[in-house]
Design a protein around this ligand. Structure first.
Ligand SMILES: Nc1nc2c(ncn2[C@@H]2O[C@H](COP(=O)(O)OP(=O)(O)OP(=O)(O)O)[C@@H](O)[C@H]2O)c(=O)[nH]1
Ligand SMILES: [Mg+2]
Length: 399
């Protein structure tokens, strides 16, 4: 089971497993990621425009960021009158894309995110990923036709607006907001906006990097199967990728009884972020609490524990940009604000929880990871996968 808070990287790790054990299925799914990439781009553009709006509105009350505000005030007529109007047709596609990706499920309360259910690819690809293509059947049903047409519309609209998106993304006012951390985008937004020219090509097909960077929230519990060969023996590995938001965690429990291994992901870069579900809870604190609950859960006493301290790349970037851990986590105190010190500090906290709360004295495998780094993650997956299977075999005497 892959566990951890929302946006910790569980589904990204799942994709890395897929790349490692069943890369042909990932190839087959490639076209189905196109609408998701477009959705990520459009969402980023819309969030930038929203942010500009709210900053213009609040700028007259703001004193601390007068430099930024005045720049935007001066710049605002451009956005309001020109860029915004031009980008409107693109923004208009966001909701249609979202509801198609949700399979028609709209989520109550505000603007929909995009959620993925088990087997969602069936909605956007002609076949389930693990089936071989059957050329006798028509390749699209009604849902996929709707999906295909909104995807094509998004592609065409995007292609016509590349210049405008680049202007918006490169605009000095936006750069300054980003530098001052006043503009909060999804973490993958810079990656997609930097690559906008490539994504807007008419024959665009998502690369593995694109697929790993995409943000698609998991809804409920999604099951994935892998055939793993170890020492000539075939193992059928079932992997469960869960939704990590607080409201979804109750859905994990029915799976605990049968879990042989837990891979817990904790994003280290989240020290300056708060839960979307609860704006007062620091995301590192939430991860520590969750890890405490997992370590001490009786239902999981027979499960192997793997801890992945993830988003090492983003943590490095934040520290290099001068963001101070102490400002968000006071107990960090006067320690040096560099990667070595900070990552070790977080690791020590998780290890301490394991030591105190794991009554069964299980071994804890801990790694620093960056799930978007293919080479590094692939070698960790090999090790983790084998270690888990081997110790499980030893424990159950199945060898
Ligand atoms: N830079 C960077 N981005 C990452 C890393 N791991 C995951 N991401 C990105 O973080 C975002 C969220 O990752 P997901 O894998 O969707 O998170 P999740 O844990 O499945 O989230 P839920 O499904 O909501 O529980 C995606 O855009 C990923 O590409 C990492 O190590 N470094
Ligand atoms: Mg997920």
């Amino acid at each position: 089971m892959l566990l951890g808070q929302a946006e910790s990287g569980k589904s990204t790790l799942q994709k890395q497993f897929q790349l490692f054990y069943a890369s042909q299925t990932l190839d087959h799914e490639r076209p189905s990621w196109r609408p998701v990439v477009y959705f990520n781009v459009i969402k980023a553009v819309r969030m930038i425009l929203d942010e500009l709006d709210s900053d213009i509105v609040t700028s007259s009350h703001s004193d601390s960021s007068s430099e930024v505000s005045s720049t935007i005030r001066i710049g605002s007529p451009i956005y309001a009158g020109d860029l915004r109007t031009k980008l409107l047709p693109l923004i208009a596609i966001e909701d249609t894309l979202a509801s198609n990706l949700n399979g028609g499920v709209s989520i109550a309360g505000g603007r929909p995110g995009v959620f993925v259910r088990s087997g969602w690819q069936a909605l956007v690809t002609p076949k389930r990923s693990y089936e071989l293509p059957d050329l006798r059947k028509p390749s699209f049903d009604l849902k996929t036709t709707a999906m295909a047409s909104v995807t094509n519309l998004a592609a065409k609209t995007l292609a016509g607006l590349v210049e405008e998106i680049e202007d918006l993304w490169q605009h000095p006012a936006i750069r300054r907001l980003l530098r001052l951390h006043k503009l909060r985008l999804d973490e993958a937004a810079p990656f997609f906006l930097d690559n906008i020219r490539r994504l807007a090509e008419p024959d665009y097909m998502p690369t593995t990097d694109d697929i790993l960077n995409v943000r698609l929230q998991t809804l409920g519990v999604a099951e994935h199967r892998y055939d793993i060969v170890l020492g000539g023996v075939h193992y059928n590995w079932l992997m469960y990728d869960v939704g990590g938001a607080r409201g979804m965690r109750h859905a994990w429990v029915p799976y605990f009884d049968d879990a042989t291994a837990i891979i817990f992901l904790a994003p280290m870069s989240a020290f300056d972020q708060y839960l979307e579900e609860d704006g007062r809870t620091n995301r590192i604190h939430d991860s520590l609490q969750l890890f405490t609950a997992i370590c001490s859960n009786k239902l999981l006493k027979g499960a192997h524990l793997v801890l992945l301290l993830n988003k090492a790349d983003l943590l490095k970037k934040k520290l290099e940009a001068g963001i101070k851990v102490r400002k968000y986590i006071t107990s960090f105190g006067d320690r040096r604000n560099n990667y070595e010190e900070v990552s070790e500090y977080f690791r020590a906290h998780f290890i301490q929880i394991h030591r105190r709360k794991d009554n069964w004295q299980r071994a804890l495998y801990a790694h620093f990871t960056s799930m978007i780094d293919i080479e590094a993650t692939q070698s960790i997956i090999g090790n983790v996968g084998e270690a888990v299977i081997r110790s499980h075999i030893a424990q159950t005497g199945l060898a």
